[in-house]
Design a protein around this ligand. Structure first.
Ligand code: SAM
Length: 268
């Protein structure tokens, strides 16, 4: 069978990502290769994966990797698939990081490591400490750090909130925490539910993470340092209030669809 025949019936993004992965190509290269004759095994493998996809398994878990800010990250079931919104958080932090001088950061909730690893890959002068309550996430982040050549500058630890770094101070703290309210869980699509609940659900109201972190934040950030958080589209007001109470000056930034998505809080 020719690639062009498959592309006619499977034109959606996930199918193309899976197909490209099987052929060792980038999705953008598929159309240039459309005259290629496919081996029977490849076609069978593709249909097998598409059947799993139809049952609700995310494409990232089927191919075992996903892209974030142009870098490929290994992915496994139970670890959050990097979202485009998180690229905005990473880009905002990068704009604030100097390219010279020692800089240290702390990430709460590593997941695949997409935030810390992208930051480390873009800033040679940066060292990151980071944690996740999920030991699989810590292990996977270290694999991804190795893959991108930044393993020696990532101190990844199993732990909650600031527990693993008591007494330390950082130039900045970053997190894409779980921020969805408990009640929304049952309405999430089955494929999203395959990403661990502890990665998504922030508590009954959703914003419990910021509530818990805000009063501790100042203790872990150097003067004129900052914190950067991904937030739910309806959480700007409460996050501003929680951080404002601790004397942080907060700016909110929007995502590609115009929703509030990133909070940057400055310590003065
Ligand atoms: C929304 S995911 C973000 C993962 C990754 N940073 C990303 O942006 O794709 C949140 C991650 O935080 C972890 N987590 C949840 N609560 C935590 C806590 N209190 N302390 C540390 N990690 C936590 C979860 O296991 C999950 O991996």
């Amino acid at each position: 069978m020719r690639l062009s025949q498959l592309l006619k019936s499977f034109s959606d993004r996930d199918s193309q990502i899976i197909l490209a992965h099987l052929l060792g190509l980038k999705s953008s290269e598929l159309y240039l290769a459309q005259d290629r004759e496919l081996e029977e095994e490849t076609v069978k493998g593709f249909y097998r994966l598409m059947e799993e996809r139809r049952k609700g398994v995310p494409a990232a878990y089927l191919i075992g990797e996903w892209e974030c800010l142009g870098r490929v990250f290994k992915l496994r079931e139970g670890i959050l698939v990097p979202r485009p919104e998180t690229e905005i958080l990473i880009e905002k932090v990068l704009k604030l990081l100097p390219e010279k001088g020692e800089v240290s950061g702390y990430e709460i909730g590593l997941g695949s490591g997409c935030i810390s690893v992208n930051l480390l890959a873009e800033r040679e002068n940066l060292k990151m400490w980071a944690c996740d309550v999920n030991p699989d996430a810590v292990e996977l982040s270290l694999e991804n750090a190795e893959l991108h050549g930044v393993r020696d500058r990532l101190m990844a630890l199993v732990g909650r909130d600031f527990e693993p770094v008591k007494g330390k101070k950082f130039s900045f703290v970053v997190s894409n925490p779980p921020y969805i309210p408990e009640a929304a869980w049952r309405n999430l699509p089955p494929e999203v539910k395959m990403e661990a609940k502890e990665a998504l659900i922030g508590g009954e109201r959703g914003y419990e993470f910021y509530e818990r972190i805000a009063p501790q934040l100042s203790e872990y950030i150097t003067d004129r340092g900052f914190a950067a958080f991904e937030i739910g589209h309806d959480q700007a007001q409460i996050v501003k209030e929680l951080l404002g109470r601790e004397s942080f000056k907060v700016n909110i930034y929007k995502d590609y669809s115009g929703q509030d998505r990133v909070a940057i809080a400055w310590k003065y």
